[in-house]
Design a protein around this ligand. Sequence first.
Ligand SMILES: [Ca+2]
Ligand SMILES: [Ca+2]
Ligand SMILES: [Ca+2]
Length: 361
Amino acid sequence: MRRLIGAALVAALVLTVGVGVAGALGGLVAADGTITACVQKDSFNARIVPDGTACRSTEQLLTFNQKGLKGDQGLQGTQGIQGVKGDPGEQGVPGPQGTDGTDGKDGKDGKDGGDLVGSPCSLPNGTPGTVEMTVAANGAISWTCHIEPPPSLCPSPLPTYANAVTACDPATGNVSITCNAGFANVDGTTANGCEVNLMTDPNNCGSVGNRVPSGLHANWACAAGAVVLVSCQAGYFNANGATADGCEFQTDSFEPNDTLATPSKLGSLSPGGSLSLFANLTPLNDDWFQFSTNGCSVFSLCHVLIQPSANVAGIVQITREDGLALAPNATDTTSVGHTYTIHVVAPAAYVSSYTISIQNT
Ligand SMILES: [Ca+2]
Ligand SMILES: [Ca+2]
Ligand SMILES: [Ca+2]
């Protein structure tokens, strides 16, 4: 059998070689592609013969095909997926306008206008009135439902009240007042009008209930609607200039010593005597002191030395009764007694405290 197959392959080889001369071998291949061969039974040599040829008795017929028979048709495939829905089409053109309808029937004739004058009517809110007719210069006629105003309940003429403007509601007869600028009706009584002057009233200064303060060592007032500090009580000063704390600065015990005519007298110093004063200054309030020396002679000279503290060193002026001006911290040696005047010129700023030491050695 294996040899038979080998012979068949040889025959196929022969057939393949013969393709180049297909025209010559065309008779050896049947229309359906079948090739027929006769194979020697003993040697298995084969020869290709035209279809229908009868093999010899020492041969056996062998046929084979170049291509198989056509198969049956395949089964129909499954249906494909449905496609995407397309866009809507464009809107169509509007149709033609319809024809006009027929006119309505004429209304009934109205009543004679002159008959309406004086007849009753009412406003949309129900208020009753009577019909009035007016004729314009051009002849146009108009109709009005005229309402008679109710009689006023207000007094006439209106009363007047102090520092106020009077008004009245005619429907109720209620009289009211509106205060003039700078005045107030604090007690709520109309009869006395707006009795409070906000510009000057110490209990209602600038506004109702705003009282000027009391105390704080000051004298207070209401002026032009504002609380003002008029003056300080004796012994106190408004050193910081602020109104809120009044006269917060208590002056020293030498006050008042504000003028040359009213100096604070410190007494008399004989040789060996000394004193120190402790005082303070308020803005624009000068201090004046005065003392004298005694017991001075050619045998016992007086050496007067006046030494102010540094914070007033530049504002101390010293003079003798004979007009001689002396420099602070300079010794004045005399054989007779003198009267010395010390003037501390108050600065614009506040000085809390200072000292002046006086010696007669
Ligand atoms: Ca009043
Ligand atoms: Ca003050
Ligand atoms: Ca003074």
